[in-house]
Every structure is written in C-alpha cells, then in structure tokens.
Design a protein around this ligand. Sequence first.
Ligand SMILES: O=C(O)CCC(=O)C(=O)O
Length: 265
Amino acid sequence: MQLTPSQIERFREDGFLILPSLFAPAEIAVLREAAATVFTEDDPANVREKLSGEVRTAMGLHLRHEVFARLVRHPRFVRPAMQLLGDDRLYVQQVKINTKAAFEGEIWQWHYDFATHHAEDGVPTPVALNLHVFLDDVSEFNGPLYFIPGSHKHGPAPTRLDTATTSYPLWVVDRDTVARLAAARGLVSATGPAGTALIFGDCLVHGSPPNLSPWDRRIFSVILNPIANAYTKTQRPDYKHHRALTPVAPLADDCLLAASVVAAQ
Ligand SMILES: O=C(O)CCC(=O)C(=O)O
C-alpha cells in the first residue's frame, strides 16, 4: 500500500486525506467484535461522556486486544505514514476508538492535535499523523469530523486548555481563529461508509458536532509519531501517550483476517 503522488499532493495542500473503502466489510466485522469487548471493560482507559456516562473514548487498545495490536501495525496504515513522513522509525503514540453513542455522543471542540501533544507531552514538532478508520457508516447526522482544509499551513494557532466542556481535557482553538481559517476554504465533513479511512496531520484544525441521530458512530484512531520527535514529558497516563519507543513494523496485509487473530479472541 503506497499513496499516489496526487494523494500526497492533496495531503500537503489540504492537511488530510479521505481514503474510501481502505478496509473491507469482513475486516470491519472483526474490528467491531473486538470493539464490543473492550467497551464492556471497567478500565480507566475507557473515558466516559460527561452527561450520559456512555463510553466516549476507549484508549490504549493495542495493549488490551490482539485485534487492535494488529491494526496499529497494519500496512495500510503504517506504509502511508512512513511514506508521508519519510521516516521508517515511528512509534505508536495513541490508540483509541471515539464512539459518539447514538443520541448521547458529545462534541469534540475545535482543536489541532499538536497543541495537546506539545503542551501535555512535550512533543517538539507537529509532524505526528492521526490515522482513522470508520467502524460505522459516518454521515452528516451522526457527528462526523469537520476539517478546515489548509489550516495546517498557518502553523500552530493560539490555544487554551478546556477542562469544562467535555470529560476529556483538550487544548482548543478560539472562535475568531476558526472563523478566520475557515474563511479561506470553508469546511469539509469527513463522511463515508464503514471502512473509510482518514489521515490528517498534527496542525490541521478539526472538531465534531454531537450525535443527535439514532446511529452510533465509532471511529478507530492511531497516532504515529517519529521516534526522533518523541515526548519529553510524562505527565499524562500511558494510555494517552504511550511511552514505548519501539519502531512499528508493518504486518501482512491479511493480518486482521488471519486464522490466528480469530483464535486469539
Ligand atoms: O472523534 C472525533 O469526533 C474527534 C476525533 C479527534 O478530534 C481526533 O482524533 O483528534
């Protein structure tokens, strides 16, 4: 799996890529089954919504389930990340499923990931990549991510730590900055059927609305960061920024469907 020159160009221009059908329905079925298991666990890495108590984000997943241990090393994630970064020595920085339960899923405020990676974890430069795959169909109704295309080109915007809006502390971008950045090229909502993947960079401004719909919205995310750009602070728990600086090595393309993963469940 390699990105084409035009995909790389689009990533550089827009700050994100949407990759339709990157994972097949049979692979999504395996991921959904594993997701159901980790969501029932009583674990501090399952962060709950402020209002409903539903799981908002289930973190540290590659240490909690064999299926996710494989997914973070999947060549369809790892090879494009190595290609975009021009670096083969990446570590697994964060692994989660953001859920947005039907009717209850709350917002993710406008932010870019580097603000939190830098302020909380002391990551030096904004190069980490956030790779997503939709475990459910994501439409305009069930809380898709909104991207501000090109916003990464302005570099890190001013931010403030918001510990009040949701249960998840986040370094957020103010409304005037969002309005100024969105004036150039508007907004894009990242929608598509289950199996759609996203790749976006550390300075891309994004957020997502609540899920008012009767449909769950589960999205898996792995953040890969060059080992040369690793954290310098360890104030957050390991499940929010993993300490292991082991270079991630891609597995075989069929790693999610191989008999051994089924046996390990
Ligand atoms: O799940 C969402 O809606 C937001 C996810 C997000 O902001 C992120 O992965 O950085």
